[in-house]
Write a protein of this length. Structure first.
Ligand SMILES: NCc1[nH]cc(CCC(=O)O)c1CC(=O)O
Length: 319
């Protein structure tokens, strides 16, 4: 693609991000794509690291600290105040509504949305011996594992990728799960990993997708982001995030969802809701036109809500 014309900025465009290795890799990918699209030098961008509540509190389960805004609140505040111009996010960590004045509608091409089973000893959940310990900090993965294998013991496993791998080495658990997308973006292909089929573990809504947020009245940012936007990722996320929004997904409710395109104008969407202890799960699918993705997501959510019953979503997970 030929570089676009855009007036040179008087100041570097500031890209806000969390400081984890994965967040930095995502911010760098965004900068590289923008620099390529507009034939700008790297100095035209500045990557600004912002510490969030979720980064600061590392010794408590996420579900005790708060909901989905945990990794984004401080970053969004910095954008509202003009400290940064763009914010790069893992879409699966993003609430379905953005603060007033901000808009999140640019996506980079999506990475592999699947979860990876990580274990130096085993290749799949099914191979784990009775009663084995599984480490995860994800409510969804915990519920999905316990639904499939109620005999397994799940322990809390927080920290970045490197910390979790150290815990595996130390024998704290026999296996863990990480998003394939994160492993690929960090080029950690040498890890003992097996991608898990979505039939066996449906990924989190928007897993593997990077979104870029901006101020709604920042025309320059909008023009730049339009050049790196991936429409197919947007179509898939429209269906998945409409499903999530209609469920009013909170941190307390394990929800999974994945949309795929058939390349011929069609979209397939699967969604799942679970009790945190895995004792109950409801899942179903829809197939339809890409343009109807959001409506399909809402319809699927309504159906699963009906089947799950009214008390299902008030359940507060224990242990
Ligand atoms: N909740 C943390 C988080 N947010 C995004 C990713 C991975 C990358 C992605 O899904 O885009 C991860 C880590 C993980 O689940 O292994």
């Amino acid at each position: 693609m030929a570089p676009r014309d855009l007036p040179a900025p008087d100041a570097p465009l500031k890209i806000g991000t969390r400081g984890s290795p994965l967040a930095l890799a995502q911010a760098n990918e965004t900068r590289d794509r923008l620099a390529d699209a507009f034939d700008l030098p790297h100095e035209a961008f500045e990557i600004v690291v912002i510490k969030t509540t979720g980064d600061r509190i590392i010794d408590r389960p996420l579900k005790e600290i708060g909901g989905k805004g945990l990794f984004t609140r401080e970053i969004e505040a910095a954008m509202v105040s003009g400290e940064i111009d763009l914010a790069v996010h893992s879409m699966k960590d993003m609430p379905t509504l953005q603060p007033e004045g901000l808009i999140l509608d640019t996506y980079l091409p999506r990475e592999d949305p699947r979860d990876a089973f990580i274990s130096p000893e085993f290749a799949a959940i099914a191979d784990l011996p009775e009663g084995a310990v599984v480490g995860t900090s994800s409510l969804r993965r915990r519920a999905q594992v316990q639904h499939r294998r109620p005999d397994l013991q799940v322990v809390e496993f927080r920290g970045n990728v490197q910390t979790r791998l150290k815990k595996l080495e130390d024998g704290v658990a026999r296996c863990t799960f990480l998003a394939c997308a994160g492993l690929n973006r960090l080029q950690m292909s040498d890890l003992p990993q097996t991608p898990v089929a979505p039939e066996d573990m449906l990924p989190a809504v928007a897993q593997g997708a990077i979104g870029i947020e901006r101020r709604i009245d920042d025309d320059r940012a909008a023009e730049m982001l339009a050049a790196i936007h991936d429409a197919e990722t947007a179509d898939r996320l429209a269906a998945e995030r409409a499903f999530l929004a209609a469920l009013d997904g909170s941190c307390e409710t394990p929800i999974a969802g994945l949309a795929l395109l058939d390349g011929d104008g069609g979209l397939w969407l699967r969604g799942e809701v679970l009790r945190p202890d895995g004792s109950e799960a409801h899942a179903d699918e829809r197939r339809g036109a890409v343009a109807d993705g959001a409506a399909m997501g809402r319809d699927l959510a309504r159906d699963l809500l009906d089947r799950a019953g009214t008390d299902f979503f008030d359940w507060i997970g224990v242990a």
